[in-house]
Design a protein around this ligand. Structure first.
Ligand SMILES: Nc1ncnc2c1ncn2[C@@H]1O[C@H](COP(=O)(O)OP(=O)(O)OP(=O)(O)O)[C@@H](O)[C@H]1O
Length: 606
């Protein structure tokens, strides 16, 4: 290990600091309070982790029971341009749609139907649980499928004041990240479109010299699969998003870059599949990375009906081909087939690690209520049926269905209970952390105050305990035991001389600990928890004690916010990165080890 050169500074955890004046008064004796609070916070955090595991387990079971591929159906309101005289061929129930087509009644089951009156909030309410899965580390795909002009973009993007799933999901991710004190999250965004069978990076830096019909290199991205089965799009722009505002700005930029054109059916018809990927990195007890895909698929359409020709016709064909490949993949997954035909389209290749095992898929199939679109409606609902054909409720006997419903309710309760408890715990942790911070500040300022009051009065002793927040619980426990038994390593024990002086002074603290003398210079409070004595010239007589003699040379190291940097003539809790003059504390041989090594050695003693 590289030898560390030691200057004249020592770092001491702020919470372990108290000052013994020679009149016996102990200033800043918050040590016990502080360690009690730290213990309380660790216990709460342990409970928080346990509850979070319980909640995640219940959510996984719930989603598996409901089906890891879920299909919703949303019916678009009728337009003025639709034939309003004829009766709509569609009737809907909570989980069922009936379509009257050429005199035949067809029935389709889905997991949830949103009728013409359903709002964006209603839809998002049902989407929310799957977002929790993404935050818990699962890859998640939310896809909007349907005929051109039935509201896919409306559902995913929304309009001003009627935000769709994507902006709401982004908002939800940030809101959850700020509420969850058990983990830290970071997010990044990528957007691409699958256009005419190739991939376009929608967030790539703009290339002003290119005309809109020309493609930059960002148009020819290739898909890579790693050994672990993860899929990456080579060269795809991935932008870290630090806050909601930035996230929305990037999302709007990607939306604007999307290819749209006019068709007979929709003035601004999307001519591609638009994929938004949010990468979620969650750091808690372990680190988890997951992908949330939010996909606005191109419109499924009969090419003649859309009046397509030339390029628009090619776009339509490409969209239909990849939708059919997507249908095949979902059907194979549903049937648990050993071969899943991911390679049949770019769309399914990109999604191959987010549609299969361990992933959650939600497809919102959009339909029109108009008689004119009944043929398309039947096609879209047949696609939905194929996607959920195996696990649909209709194939489950009535008694099993009831059992399933009962279990779902139980799991729902379990999740809600765990979430309520977690909220309560988070609040308790926040309070405990605030009071810990207060105590640390009080300790710092009372020590500082006492030192400044003591100017010119008899010498005082700065007492430093070794309960360090950065130590492992086991090490902290060992340290605590050692402190309570008054045992310190040999190299830190007091000298005969210092013991004599100590007993000659007033009462010592009840459990004598690691003791450091401080030059009593006039104090200057230089910030919240920062006080510096460096500028004081009139040093009082230095009281020699064990610490000073056993740590003769210390180097100034960067200081954490809850540490005080003690030098032979300074105490400073601010980050001190500038090298300071090296000074010797005493006559003992130089011990070249930084304080954290001393601490480790101390804490390893039983
Ligand atoms: N539920 C709804 N409530 C109100 N307006 C809607 C709804 N669904 C769709 N619309 C409106 O219908 C029009 C077409 O919708 P949208 O562009 O979202 O369709 P699309 O399925 O994305 O079409 P394409 O596949 O051609 O891109 C838009 O003006 C949209 O605002």
């Amino acid at each position: 290990m590289e030898k560390q050169d030691m200057g004249a500074h020592v770092m001491v955890p702020l919470q372990s600091l108290s000052l013994e004046l020679l009149n016996g008064e102990i200033v800043g004796g918050y040590d016990k309070d502080i360690s009690a609070l730290q213990e309380e916070i660790s216990a709460l955090r342990l409970k928080q982790r346990h509850l979070d595991r319980k909640r995640r387990g219940a959510l996984d079971k719930l989603i598996d029971l409901k089906g890891s591929i879920r299909v919703f159906c949303r019916v678009r309101p009728l337009f003025q341009t639709n034939n309003l005289k004829t009766k709509s061929p569609i009737t809907v129930e909570q989980e069922k749609i009936e379509v009257q087509s050429v005199g035949v009644k067809k029935e389709f089951s889905v997991d949830r139907v949103f009728n013409q009156e359903s709002t964006q909030e209603d839809v998002f309410h049902e989407v929310k649980p799957i977002l929790r899965s993404a935050l818990d580390g699962h890859n998640v795909c939310i896809l909007a499928y349907g005929q051109t002009g039935t509201g896919k973009t409306y559902t995913m993007e929304g309009t001003d004041g009627k935000l769709g799933i994507v902006p709401r999901a982004i908002q939800e991710l940030f809101s959850h990240a700020s509420d969850d004190s058990s983990s830290t999250y970071s997010f990044s965004i990528s957007m691409l479109e699958v256009y005419l069978g190739s991939l376009r990076d929608l967030l790539a830096p703009r290339q002003p010299l290119l005309r809109s019909t020309e493609c930059s290199t960002a148009c020819h991205l290739s898909i890579l699969a790693t050994k672990t089965g993860a899929v990456e799009v080579e060269g795809l722009t991935d932008v870290p998003i630090l806050d909601l505002k930035k996230a929305n700005q990037w999302y709007c930029r990607g939306r604007r870059a999307r290819s749209t054109s006019w068709t007979n059916v929709n003035d601004v018809s999307s001519r591609s599949h638009c994929l938004t990927r949010i990468t979620i990195r969650r750091r808690g007890a372990t680190e988890e990375i997951s992908k949330l895909w939010l996909i606005d698929l191109g419109g499924s359409e009969r090419l003649l009906k859309t009046g397509a020709s030339g390029l628009t016709m090619d776009e339509g064909k490409a969209i239909n081909l990849s939708l059919s490949a997507l249908g095949d993949v979902i059907a194979a997954l549903r049937r648990k087939r050993s071969h899943v035909p991911y390679r049949n389209s770019k769309l399914t290749q990109i999604l191959s690690d987010s549609l299969g095992d361990g992933s959650k898929v939600l497809m919102v199939v959009h339909i029109s209520p108009s008689e004119d679109d009944v043929g398309e409606t039947v096609c879209s609902l047949s696609f939905a049926k194929r996607a959920r054909s195996i696990e649909s409720n209709r194939e489950i006997p009535e008694d099993l269905k009831m059992l399933k419903q009962k279990r779902l309710t139980e799991l729902d309760k379990e999740i809600n209970g765990a979430e309520e408890e977690l909220e309560h715990l988070n609040e308790q942790i926040r309070k405990a952390e605030t009071s810990l911070e207060d105590k640390k500040k009080k300790l710092a300022s009372s020590v500082c105050q006492a030192l400044s009051d003591e100017k010119g009065s008899p010498r005082s002793t700065l007492v430093v305990g070794h309960i360090d927040a950065t130590e492992s619980p086991q090490a902290a426990e060992k340290t605590k035991n050692r402190l309570s038994h008054g045992s310190v390593p040999h190299f830190m024990s007091s000298t005969v001389c210092s013991r004599q002086r100590h007993s000659a002074g007033s009462h010592s603290v009840s459990k004598p600990r690691f003791t450091q003398s401080v030059h009593r210079y006039p104090a200057e409070l230089s910030g919240n928890q920062s006080f510096s004595y460096s500028s004081c010239k009139n040093a009082a007589k230095v009281r020699s004690v064990a610490f000073s003699s056993s740590v003769p040379k210390m180097k100034c190291l960067p200081v954490m916010s809850d540490q005080i940097n003690i030098s032979n003539n300074s105490i400073d809790s601010t980050a001190a990165s500038a090298p300071r003059r090296r000074e010797s504390f005493g006559s003992r041989p130089v011990q070249r080890a930084p304080l954290h090594q001393h601490r480790r050695r101390m804490s390893s003693l039983t």
